[in-house]
Design a protein around this ligand. Structure first.
Ligand SMILES: Cc1cc2nc3c(=O)[nH]c(=O)nc-3n(C[C@H](O)[C@H](O)[C@H](O)COP(=O)(O)OP(=O)(O)OC[C@H]3O[C@@H](n4cnc5c(N)ncnc54)[C@H](O)[C@@H]3O)c2cc1C
Length: 126
């Protein structure tokens, strides 16, 4: 049976899935076409910088990061061997007063999407 969508997003990575989720929350019917049937760990750092956290808040996807057990890091200490050489308080020194968020990349993408339907994943329009 044919279905109609307002938007089709090709690629359900963190960018495509975030966009689809935000559009779905705003009422759009969105289809995400993802080539992989399983979200793979692509070893991509798992750190969302404070300005990315601010964008995530604006996009309304913080709830998804929380479902993926994301942790907020409000500050960072840097060491050279045993010697602490720097400390940054992100809440006090970033424009939006936001922390770094850390999360496991594949786990973060999972809550964005419903189970696969044939080769495609339909996301966001829940
Ligand atoms: C080693 C490394 C470390 C990194 N560390 C960080 C970090 O700490 N913090 C940070 O913010 N960023 C980091 N990045 C960058 C970050 O991973 C990328 O910016 C981000 O993953 C890009 O997201 P994306 O959704 O655009 O692309 P991708 O995550 O690459 O997702 C694209 C998706 O599209 C799918 N796809 C591709 N072609 C098709 C097609 N024709 N049809 C259907 N589906 C398709 C793919 O299967 C994939 O799932 C790192 C990157 C690398 C390589």
């Amino acid at each position: 049976m044919a279905e109609n969508f307002d938007a089709v997003v090709v690629g359900g990575g963190i960018a495509g899935a975030s966009l689809a989720y935000a559009m779905g929350k705003a009422g759009a019917r969105v289809l995400v076409l993802e080539a992989d049937t399983e979200f793979k760990d692509r070893v991509r750092g798992e750190v969302l910088c404070p300005w990315g956290t601010a964008d995530a808040q604006v996009l309304g996807i913080m709830e998804v990061l929380q479902q993926a057990d994301a942790c907020a890091l409000p500050w960072l200490n840097q060491y050279m061997g045993p010697q602490q050489i720097a400390r940054r308080d992100f809440l006090a020194t970033t424009p939006a007063n936001t922390p770094i968020m850390t999360f496991y990349h594949p786990k973060c993408r999972r809550p964005f999407c419903k189970p696969p339907r044939r080769p495609a994943r339909k996301c966001g329009a829940a």
